[in-house]
Design a protein around this ligand. Structure first.
Ligand SMILES: Cc1cc2nc3c(=O)[nH]c(=O)nc-3n(C[C@H](O)[C@H](O)[C@H](O)COP(=O)(O)OP(=O)(O)OC[C@H]3O[C@@H](n4cnc5c(N)ncnc54)[C@H](O)[C@@H]3O)c2cc1C
Length: 472
């Protein structure tokens, strides 16, 4: 019998799992995918929003401001990429100036340090911005994070602190008998006293199994173009346009790995799993990016992707509460942007709700620190030589574009959560993420996965079940 079952291992479920792992609670995470961070937590802008887009009237505003502070500290403790690169909201006409003034007033009210910049100041800071810009709101504390590495770090630390993660475990039914939940996956049944519904865009289905207060998810897709690192250095800050009614608009931002990201749009989609991209949308996105940045080398786009915002019909705020008609069942839903920013604060918030429902005590031996995978390419020559002497696997380069060694791939596979798919290795090491997008290293990575997991290469998936790459 578990004390807590968390459904979903995106950044929200993983953050909750880490917070819960600070207590003496028997906790299980059930995830339908083969890894953590397989849905929207891997496909977003990776911005730690400073907070001037939001206010204190709702959970979104409050928890994202708190989350922003927590992420900085967490990135050091859990060793994931985070950079305070600053942001600029760009104004190109007089109407835009009114929006900047509103953002500035809101930022002052919320204690967020911002500054209105003149055209000259902007172009000094970012010479590649379109010279038609007339002003910008600069915020030093805006940051970028690697969203999937943050999710992996939170989940690994939770795992190291005793939380059990089960992958390929789609929750298909839940029954409640005498205050105990029976949670059914396609192959197993688990019992728990408390359920946390962190199933993202599919959270409506989980809620509707038990509650009479029916919820309905709506998908709002955002598509992106990712540029090669050689095109990455043209700007340092995150560039925001004036927001639209639907979203914060198409951003141009560096990533923590030195690539450049342009997107997302905001488009309603019928299918919640619809992460297809279309050439017309991508071309609109690139044209929008070209409106603010000169020298956008569109021939340097190495991949495209899309994420679907987990929104709920008739709700604009996050829903984080015990379900009114199902005791001990907590919904954490409608976590669209800035959910990544708010994630650590959502973890804390949910942990407080859990403590109000069940008696528990703090763990004395909680491990607050997690060490990430050693990045061979960041070492000095003497450090590299020393490492290769102690473990020759670090002397074998597997991914030439990103300079990833066999030692790093093996480490990824054998860590607490494990990595069983090509994409799980990719998200942990960056193998297959470089300019050639895996042409050179896909097969070597598959061979290492096959050897380390003692599985035939034809049974190794790219990401989800039956996404085999090598067939008989
Ligand atoms: C285009 C876009 C851009 C964004 N940009 C930003 C940004 O820059 N900054 C920011 O702060 N936020 C941003 N966000 C928002 C952020 O990505 C989300 O708020 C956050 O990732 C939500 O995480 P989650 O864990 O709720 O969802 P998910 O990552 O989708 O996790 C839910 C998990 O539940 C699992 N699951 C579903 N059903 C079941 C089931 N029946 N059984 C078991 N498991 C199940 C899924 O497989 C999934 O892994 C953006 C979102 C989008 C779409």
């Amino acid at each position: 019998m578990y004390d807590v079952i968390i459904i979903g291992a995106g950044v929200i479920g993983s953050s909750i799992a880490r917070e819960v792992s600070k207590y003496n609670l028997n906790t299980l995470v059930l995830e339908k995918g083969e890894d953590v961070s397989v849905e929207v937590s891997k496909a977003n802008s990776g911005i730690v929003h400073a907070g001037f887009h939001f206010d204190d009237t709702n959970l979104k505003g409050k928890l994202s401001l708190r989350g922003k502070t927590l992420i900085k500290d967490l990135s050091k403790k859990l060793d994931f990429p985070f950079k305070e690169n600053g942001s600029l909201v760009l104004a190109f006409n007089n109407d835009d100036l009114l929006v900047l003034a509103k953002f500035k007033e809101n930022a002052d009210k919320r204690g967020i340090d911002t500054k209105l910049l003149t055209k000259e100041e902007i172009l000094n800071m970012e010479p590649n911005i379109n010279a038609n810009v007339i002003a910008a709101l600069y915020c030093k504390s805006s940051a970028i994070v690697n969203p999937y590495e943050m999710t992996i770090a939170l989940a690994e630390n939770a795992c190291e602190n005793g939380v059990n993660f089960k992958f390929n475990s789609k929750v298909i039914n839940i029954e409640k008998h005498n205050d105990i939940f029976n949670v059914f996956t396609e192959t197993d049944k688990f019992e728990s006293k408390i359920i946390i519904n962190a199933a993202g865009i599919y959270g409506d289905t989980i809620n509707n199994i038990l509650s009479e207060n029916k919820l309905h998810s709506i998908g709002v897709k955002g598509e992106y173009c990712l540029f090669d690192k050689v095109a990455g250095g043209i700007i340092n800050s995150t560039l925001y346009p004036i927001p639209t009614k639907e979203s914060k608009g198409v951003l141009v931002t560096p990533t923590t790995d030195g690539n450049l990201l342009v997107g997302p749009n905001a488009e309603s989609t019928d299918g919640l799993s619809n992460t297809y991209v279309s050439s017309s949308t991508l071309s609109n996105i690139l044209n929008t990016g070209k409106n603010y940045v000169n020298n956008l080398q569109t021939n340097r786009v190495i991949t495209t992707f899309a994420g679907v915002r987990p929104k709920l019909q008739e709700h604009t705020d996050f829903i984080i509460e015990e379900c009114s008609d199902v005791r001990n069942f907590i919904n954490v839903l409608g976590i669209d942007s800035p959910g990544l920013t708010a994630a650590p604060a959502i973890g804390e918030y949910v942990s407080t709700i859990i403590q109000s429902l069940i008696f528990t005590t703090k763990k004395e031996n909680f491990k607050d620190i997690r060490k990430g995978i050693l990045k061979f390419s960041s070492l000095s020559l003497s450090e590299k030589n020393k490492l290769i002497k102690s473990n020759p696997l670090y002397g074998k380069i597997i991914c030439q574009c990103e300079m990833i060694t066999e030692g790093e791939v093996v480490d990824a596979i054998n860590r607490p959560l494990g990595a069983t798919t090509l994409d799980a290795v990719k998200r942990r090491t960056r193998a297959t993420m470089g300019g050639c997008q895996g042409t050179g290293c896909m097969l070597p990575v598959l061979n290492i996965l096959s050897r380390e997991l003692n599985k035939d290469i034809t049974s190794i998936n790219k990401n989800n079940t039956n996404s085999f790459i090598v067939t008989k």
